[in-house]
Design a protein around this ligand. Structure first.
Ligand SMILES: Cc1cc2nc3c(=O)[nH]c(=O)nc-3n(C[C@H](O)[C@H](O)[C@H](O)COP(=O)(O)O)c2cc1C
Length: 225
């Protein structure tokens, strides 16, 4: 086996947010494998608080339509967990850099509000991915369980990357949580934290030319002794 450290580094670098997908569905065996691997994630007291609903085919089409309608018709989002209102300082700079990179790749001018809106709305169609995973928490869950779900989500996206699949974590897929639960026909008490669009990358899609960077280690890490 190749050096595990190198393999992990390659995998971490390979995963990136993809925002344009081919129509081809992920084969059932592969689907089962990626979710089986993700479930090896750690969690507080091993309670495994992730509750995962995956849409494909007709259900995916129904979800896309319902979410796009809610996003265009509603004045405000209705998430189960409050949205971050505004970033400031270094967080704002990083957000702006990532947005600039995406808009540069897709040819959207910063002042072009209409084009920016159209780009935002693509979120609710999960960027035309054939599948989306919606990740819920049980009603009693708090911040610590949300952290568990974050670990699960990264493990899932790395499993996908290892299999040549593309993904994009999407907070936007939780903006209209009531709509998602209605389409899935599930308990309204569950808390929708995020969605993940996934499938095969459309290599010709301009949005997929985007590459993000990371702050140097010293910017947000302190090693004490
Ligand atoms: C929890 C979470 C929610 C996200 N929500 C969205 C989203 O709604 N729409 C989107 O286009 N990207 C979303 N992203 C992707 C981030 O913008 C992306 O991870 C970041 O810019 C770093 O780029 P990379 O994933 O290509 O490395 C989200 C990422 C995470 C982890």
């Amino acid at each position: 086996m190749a050096d595990m450290g190198e393999m992990l580094a390659a995998l971490l670098a390979r995963r990136r947010s993809v925002r344009g997908f081919a129509a081809d569905e992920v084969p059932a065996a592969q689907m089962e494998r990626i979710f089986s691997h993700a479930r090896l994630s750690p969690s507080n007291c091993n309670v495994q608080p992730w509750i995962v609903h995956v849409v494909s085919g007709g259900k995916a089409a129904e979800m896309r339509q319902a979410l796009e309608r809610a996003a265009t018709e509603r004045a405000e989002a209705r998430p189960d967990f409050p949205l971050t209102q505004a970033y400031s300082g270094p967080y704002r700079s990083r957000q702006v850099d990532a947005a600039k990179a995406l808009f540069a790749a897709t040819g959207v001018e910063r002042e072009d509000r209409q084009a920016r809106y159209a780009s935002f709305i693509r979120n609710f169609r999960f960027f035309d991915a054939p599948h989306a995973a919606f990740i819920f928490l049980p009603p009693w869950a708090g911040w610590r369980e949300a952290a568990d779900v974050g670990m699960y989500a990264q493990a899932l996206m790395l499993s996908m990357a290892a299999e040549g699949l593309a993904s994009c974590a999407q907070a936007t897929l939780s903006h209209h949580a009531d709509v998602v639960k209605h389409v899935l026909g599930i308990d309204e008490e569950l808390g929708l934290l995020l969605g993940i669009a996934f499938g095969f990358e459309d290599r010709d899609h301009p949005a997929n030319r985007t590459r993000t960077t990371r702050a140097p280690l010293a910017e947000n890490h302190v090693f004490h002794r």
